[in-house]
Design a protein around this ligand. Structure first.
Ligand SMILES: Nc1ncnc2c1ncn2[C@@H]1O[C@H](COP(=O)(O)OP(=O)(O)OP(=O)(O)O)[C@@H](O)[C@H]1O
Length: 269
């Protein structure tokens, strides 16, 4: 990787997010090194997607701050962060190749959104190379409606990666895919992460997936609940579990985990 490696690449300090009287997230504190693969799990509605939107810069926290490489996040999403959602977010009217090349065209020619001559050829070559890497080299001229769900997610990943983000945000990217296809996508994602050394945040509902992919698993949960005021307290990161390269947790950490979390994990011996 050409950029300097940061140990405190992303710093989340006392972050709260509240909508009207509903506290969704409270007191989030987190320090992430560049190149970590963080998986985020937690009950439905506890604020995982909200946290991704804060990291993307789509929303600002009600309180607290998030620094990226020592600087406050830009006021809106920029090329340093790419995102892939569960539901396919590709352009239906563009071919596979154009879906990816358009990212470069929009950046290099923001007014027209089109490149010409050499610049156009280079953008299309880069896009084709990346599409080959995600296994879509044979489908450059197809349209999204002609692709399977797994292929559409490969396309969405290529769309995010063409902008060379330093951070990739994935919101249940494989949630709608069959188990066999999910396994292929896991392999692809780990290959890309190893090769590009991205910092990844991935929301998943599948604890086993979270443990098998992440170098660090973050559990979001509400430690305080008031039955008379269900909106009064938000979720926090209740467990922050480092995983070794074999995706196992240190024995001491493992022994601290509640049974339902530990059940999907093997301890390091
Ligand atoms: N823009 C918003 N305005 C008001 N409330 C919101 C907004 N965005 C999210 N919420 C609320 O915040 C809570 C957390 O939502 P969020 O989608 O972040 O949870 P989640 O953990 O990702 O859920 P799931 O696992 O079901 O996708 C929900 O109660 C949701 O209704």
């Amino acid at each position: 990787m050409t950029q300097a490696q940061h140990n405190n690449f992303i710093e989340v300090t006392n972050v709260w997010q509240q909508y009207a009287d509903q506290v969704v997230l409270e007191r989030l504190n987190l320090s992430i090194s560049e190149g970590e693969f963080c998986t985020l799990v937690g009950a439905s509605g506890c604020g995982k997607s909200t946290f991704l939107r804060l990291l993307l810069g789509q929303e600002r926290p009600s309180k607290g701050q998030i620094l990226l490489a020592g600087k406050p996040l830009a006021g809106e999403p920029d090329a340093s962060r790419g995102v892939v959602f569960q539901r396919y977010s590709v352009f239906a009217h563009l071919s596979v190749l154009d879906n990816v090349a358009i990212g470069l065209e929009l950046v290099q020619s923001p007014l027209l959104g089109r490149l010409f001559g050499n610049a156009k050829r280079e953008a299309r070559e880069q896009a084709a190379e990346l599409l080959t890497k995600v296994g879509l080299g044979h489908a450059l001229d197809k349209y999204p409606s002609q692709l399977s769900g797994g292929m559409q997610q490969r396309l969405a990943i290529a769309q995010a990666l063409i902008m060379k983000p330093r951070v990739l945000l994935l919101d249940e990217p494989f949630g709608a895919l069959d188990p066999g296809i999910r396994k292929d996508m896991h392999t692809l994602l780990l290959e890309l992460w190893n090769e590009i050394k991205l910092t990844v945040f991935m929301v998943t509902h599948d604890l086993a997936e979270g443990f098998s992919l992440g170098t660090r698993l973050l559990v979001f949960d509400k430690p305080r609940i008031d039955p008379h005021a269900p909106n009064a307290f938000g979720a926090r990161i209740t467990y922050d579990i480092p995983l070794n390269p074999q995706r196992r947790a240190n024995r001491a950490v493992f022994d601290e985990l509640p049974a339902h979390v530990a059940a999907s994990l093997q301890p390091a011996v």
